[in-house]
Design a protein around this ligand. Structure first.
Ligand code: ADP
Length: 250
């Protein structure tokens, strides 16, 4: 369970990125975080794996206070949390399977990782993860030969190879066309339902958030202004979350 208690985040330049955030997210939830650009969605996600430090309140993951972690304990904590980005972050000049295998590097000796000496178990696990996202047939294709949707699936397979308990996805479908975006959302949903992995996804397509996720968190200027079932998000809620959008656009 992820618990935010009165969490605030002030950036070093004094900008208050998050204000008094209170949330409880159970294992296995599929949560969309929506809000205007600059509202604090990425900041919120990145506090969970300590890519950003909180500056007020308390944040726990399975009763572990994330701000108490450092060095080895922080590294092993982060292994439980997969991160997916809009830009896929693949090594494009190598094969798909080699990309997935990089998930094992943090657990390997310097010697084995330098010479890419992966074990048979690691290779089988990588293939199994590619199968889970439906691109096993692409295992030995160079990553840059794949479409955007397929590249995002490679990133997802690489994350699954970590055996994550939580996946944080920061605008994972923003650079994909609408049909591919839906098929990648199908993958997230299937993984969430079959593997009981908690998924938090920052998404600016409200329609996809409502269609796929069970819970929606709406954030505006660093504050949670909606937290509830996706089915209860109506026009009034959206107006509240996206207040100021028109003024910005002008
Ligand atoms: P979103 O993901 O909703 O687009 P972000 O979480 O990326 O928003 O950013 C929220 C706000 O925090 C923005 O106004 C952004 O400019 C500001 N911000 C992000 N990173 C930093 C930083 N390192 N220093 C200062 N301000 C930052």
């Amino acid at each position: 369970m992820i618990v935010f208690e009165n969490v605030g985040k002030k950036y070093p330049n004094g900008f208050q990125g998050l204000k008094n955030v209170n949330l409880k997210i159970d294992q296995g939830e599929f949560v969309a975080i929506i809000g205007l650009s600059g509202a604090g969605k990425s900041t919120l996600l990145r506090t969970i794996n300590r890519m950003h430090d909180i500056t007020e309140g308390k944040l726990t993951v399975d009763d572990v206070d994330v701000m108490t972690l450092s060095g080895k304990s922080l590294r092993s904590f982060r292994r439980k949390i997969g991160m997916i980005f809009q830009s896929f972050n693949l090594i494009t000049r190598t094969t798909v399977i080699n990309n997935v295998l990089t998930a094992f590097v943090p657990d390997m000796s310097w010697f084995r990782s330098t010479f890419s000496l992966y074990t048979k178990e690691q290779k089988l696990k990588a293939l199994e993860c590619l199968d889970k996202v439906g691109i096993l047939d692409k295992a030995f294709v160079r990553a840059d030969q794949l479409s955007g949707g397929q590249q995002q699936r490679v990133a997802l397979a690489r994350t699954l190879a970590q055996n994550p308990q939580i996946i944080l996805a920061d605008e994972p479908v923003a650079s994909l066309d609408p049909i591919t975006a839906k098929s990648v959302m199908d993958d997230f949903k299937r993984i969430n339902e079959t593997m009981n992995i908690t998924i938090l996804i920052n998404i600016h397509h409200v329609d996809l958030a409502l269609q796929y996720c069970t819970r929606v968190i709406g954030i505006r200027a660093g504050e949670i202004v909606y937290d509830g079932p996706a089915k209860d998000v109506n026009d009034q809620v959206l107006q509240e979350i996206y207040q100021g959008a028109k003024e910005e656009a002008v």
